[in-house]
Design a binder for this molecule. Structure first.
Ligand SMILES: [Fe+2]
Length: 163
């Protein structure tokens, strides 16, 4: 699993729940926690990214307490609010400083929104594994978008004097 490989590489700090099972016998995943390894070197963006980690922590806790079915709608609403606000900030910054990989970056953001909508549409199904599926998707987003795609703009923005 990519997340575990990243842990071994020391790329970011995880909780110690790897392989644990909750009361329903479902396989649990590790919890991603905010650390400097996730920093993109831009204070405002880091602050917003830590908000996503916070939402993931709430989702993780709800799953462990078996309360996800009741909380998933509110968590998804928070996720949409986060995504709209954060993507707008990031895209405005990248556009303003003429980031050359802007189009690809925006495309990844659009795919995130589309995926989040798909989760929202499936809420009514009350599918037991939906919350864990969402957490897996968000963990993958942190590892593939924040740690890879986002970090690619750091050098460009620092060169433009953005800290
Ligand atoms: Fe981004």
């Amino acid at each position: 699993m990519a997340a575990i490989r990243r842990k071994e590489a020391g790329a970011c700090r995880f909780g110690d729940q790897v392989g644990r099972r909750n009361g329903k016998g479902r396989e649990m995943m590790e919890t991603i926690q905010w650390s400097k390894d996730l920093s993109v070197g831009i204070a405002k963006i880091d602050e917003q990214h830590s908000k996503l980690i916070q939402i993931m922590g709430e989702l993780d806790e709800a799953i462990r307490k078996d309360e996800a079915a009741d909380m998933l709608e509110d968590i998804l609403t928070n996720l949409f609010n986060y995504a709209q606000s954060h993507f707008a900030t990031e895209e405005e910054l990248l556009r303003k400083h003429k980031y050359p990989e802007m189009a690809l970056h925006e495309l990844e953001h659009q795919r995130f929104i589309a995926k989040a909508f798909a989760f929202k549409e499936r809420l009514h199904s009350k599918r037991p594994g939906l919350a864990l599926e969402l957490l897996t998707f968000l963990s993958s987003w942190v590892l593939n978008h924040i740690e890879l795609t986002d970090k690619r703009y750091t050098k460009h923005l620092h060169g433009c004097g953005v800290q």
